[in-house]
Every structure is written in structure tokens, then in C-alpha cells.
Design a protein around this ligand. Structure first.
Ligand code: AHG
Ligand code: MN
Ligand code: MN
Length: 337
């Protein structure tokens, strides 16, 4: 019989990590497990999307004025249910809900954590079978009693305890950090278990991809236009011209760039000075992962994780990827400000 290499499951991995903190009582472990469970249910629904009546719009708009897809609503409900039932989380901020969802039942109000999430990222890609994701971020609550409030959620990224994403792609992966590196787990669909497949993920040394919705070129700030020119120049020593890749799902674009080496840009424009992506549940968690993988995330002038959020759904221009690439954009942004 051929001996199989030992597989480390997500649960084993989280518990091993927890044992490095002698005072930890397992609350974060249980919270991450609740998120993984909801992700598996969402994954099942996504895989069956063409078979069951789950494609298409739900007939409503979310707080951003965007049409909600049925899967947006389904994923939102699943994560809320899992976190509410888990007892470790006392409030959620979700892309799909205008206000904070506060859990004030006897069980959940004891929860030490709050979660900000984009339950389904890239939902415009659902119908065309292109990769989509879920983004989550976890903060320790600030208030001491009762259900969590917006005060607990309006924290800068530097206060994050953990963050990650699930990518529903050609395989399904959960990638997360608790501030000690980034680890990726692939779902083995035959047993429904996430297994460690990408330990200690880091941006590769050589990067040559840029990801931006170039259709908006005319609206971009001059610094971004200059950076795009830079990406397209011929220079062997810096591996230019770079390759352009854009999926239109932040999770999928970031995941590819993390593995292959590339920068993702969603700049502000005159009409939308803060761009499109939301600070709390898109930019901050991805920024935390990027920094933990040896990269950087900026709004062009400031570290994303140091921005003090004022409202739940506020947006920020977003440049994320390997350190040198992000610094290059920053220098163009500053030069042409
Ligand atoms: P969501 O589906 O959660 O609303 O997010 C979509 C976001 C993000 O995933 C992606 O990077 C970006 O929108 C794409 O925007 P454009 O279509 O404007 O390029
Ligand atoms: Mn999104
Ligand atoms: Mn979304």
C-alpha cells in the first residue's frame, strides 16, 4: 500500500494555532469554523446554481443601489445564520444590509467578536460561471455588553484579529490570516473538508500582472494613467510589458495576483472619488492578507489599514499587491496629485 502524506484539515490547523496562545478559550477557533461551515453550504448552492432556481436577481436592491442576486441573498442569510447560531459574534456588517445586524439574544451578546463581510463578491459573474468569492473580517468588540453596535465595526484595519476569503473557483479554497502569515485550504468535495494546500502564502519575487477595469481609463486620475503606461512599456530588466488580467471579482483577481504576482487597482474617479470598493468588508480584509503575504495596500496616499472608517459602507480607492508594485503606483499618484 502507498503511504499517504499526512493531511492537515482546517480545523486541525486552527486548533494547532490556538494552542500557541495558552489563554485562548477557543472562541476564534469556533468563529472561523462557523464561517467555514457557511462557506461549504454556499459552495454547494453555487455548484448547483444552474440546476436549481437560484440564478438571477432577487428583485431587490442593496444599500449600494445594486441589484441583489438570489445568491447574494442566499449567501448573506447563510453567513448570518451561522454566525448568529455560533455564539461568538455579537454583530455583523454586511454589504447586503444597510445597518449593523446586532445579536442581542442571551447567547450571542456574550460574543467577543464582530464580523464585517461581503457574502458574495463578484456577483455579476454568477451567470457566466466565473469565479466568485466571500470576504470576511473579524474584530474584537469595543462595547462591553449587549448586542454589538456600529462602534464595534467602525474600526481601522490595523485592529483586525483575522480576515480571509473563500474563492468558489475551479476548486473552492479558504484563505485566511490571523496576523501570522497567510494559509490556504482547498475543499476536498468528496468529504467536504478544507485541507491545507497552500501553507504560508507569499507574493512571488517576480511580478508581472496588472489588473484594472481599463474600460474606465478615461476617468482615471493622471497618476493611474501614467502607471498603466509604465506597465505597458518595453523593459526586459523589469519584465515589462506586464500582462493584463481582469476577472471583475476582487477575490478572484487578488487570489490570482497573490499566486502569480500582480497588482490590483480600483482607483477613484472624478465622479466617484473613493472608487467602488468598500473599505470595511472588501479593502481592509484583502489589505490585511496582502500585508501578511509580504505585499502592500494603499489608497494611493495612505495605508488602507490605517484609514479610520466613518460609515459602514464607505468606499476607498484601492491598490493592492506586491510591495514594489504598489509603491510604484503611489509614486505616480503623488507625482500627479
Ligand atoms: P460585489 O459583487 O460584492 O458587489 O463586488 C464587485 C466588485 C469587486 O468584486 C470587483 O473587483 C469590482 O466590483 C468590479 O467592478 P467593475 O465591474 O466596475 O470593474
Ligand atoms: Mn464585493
Ligand atoms: Mn458582494
Amino acid at each position: 500500500m502507498v503511504a499517504r502524506a499526512k493531511i492537515t484539515t482546517l480545523t486541525e490547523f486552527i486548533i494547532q494555532r490556538q494552542s500557541e496562545y495558552p489563554h485562548a478559550k477557543g472562541a476564534l477557533t469556533r468563529l472561523l469554523n462557523d464561517i467555514a461551515t457557511a462557506a461549504k453550504i454556499v459552495n454547494r448552492e453555487i455548484n448547483a446554481a444552474g440546476l436549481v432556481d437560484i440564478l438571477g436577481t432577487a428583485g431587490k436592491e442593496n444599500i449600494q443601489g445594486e441589484a441583489q442576486k438570489k445568491l447574494d441573498v442566499f449567501a448573506n442569510d447563510m453567513f448570518i445564520t451561522a454566525l448568529k447560531g455560533g455564539g461568538e459574534c455579537c454583530a455583523i456588517a454586511s454589504e447586503e444590509n444597510e445597518k449593523v445586524i446586532s445579536f442581542s439574544n442571551e447567547f450571542s451578546e456574550m460574543g467577543k467578536y464582530v464580523v464585517a463581510m461581503d457574502p458574495l463578491d463578484g456577483s455579476s459573474n454568477i451567470e457566466s460561471n466565473v469565479s466568485i468569492g466571500t470576504i470576511f473580517s473579524i474584530y474584537r468588540r469595543i462595547t462591553e455588553v449587549g448586542g454589538g453596535t456600529s462602534e464595534d465595526l467602525l474600526q481601522p484595519g490595523v485592529n483586525l484579529v483575522a480576515a480571509g476569503y473563500v474563492i468558489y473557483g475551479s476548486s473552492t479554497m479558504l484563505v485566511y490570516t490571523t496576523g501570522k502569515g497567510v494559509n490556504g485550504f482547498t475543499l476536498d468535495p468528496s468529504v467536504g473538508i478544507f485541507c491545507l494546500s497552500h501553507p504560508d502564502m507569499q507574493f512571488p519575487a517576480q511580478s508581472k500582472i496588472y489588473s484594472i477595469n481599463e474600460g474606465n481609463y478615461i476617468y482615471f486620475p493622471e497618476g493611474v494613467k501614467q502607471y498603466i503606461k509604465y506597465c505597458q512599456q518595453d523593459d526586459v530588466s523589469t519584465h515589462r510589458p506586464y500582462t493584463s488580467r481582469y476577472i471583475g471579482s476582487l477575490v478572484a483577481d487578488f487570489h490570482r495576483n497573490l499566486i502569480k504576482g500582480g497588482i490590483f487597482l480600483y482607483p477613484g474617479t472624478k465622479k466617484q472619488p473613493d472608487g467602488k470598493l468598500r473599505l470595511l468588508y472588501e479593502c481592509n480584509p484583502i489589505a490585511f492578507l496582502a500585508e501578511q503575504a509580504g505585499g502592500k495596500a494603499s489608497n494611493g496616499f495612505k495605508r488602507i489599514m490605517e484609514i479610520d472608517p466613518e460609515t459602514l459602507h464607505q468606499r476607498a480607492p484601492f491598490f493592492v499587491g506586491p510591495r514594489e508594485m504598489v509603491e510604484q503606483v503611489e509614486s505616480y499618484m503623488q507625482q500627479y496629485a
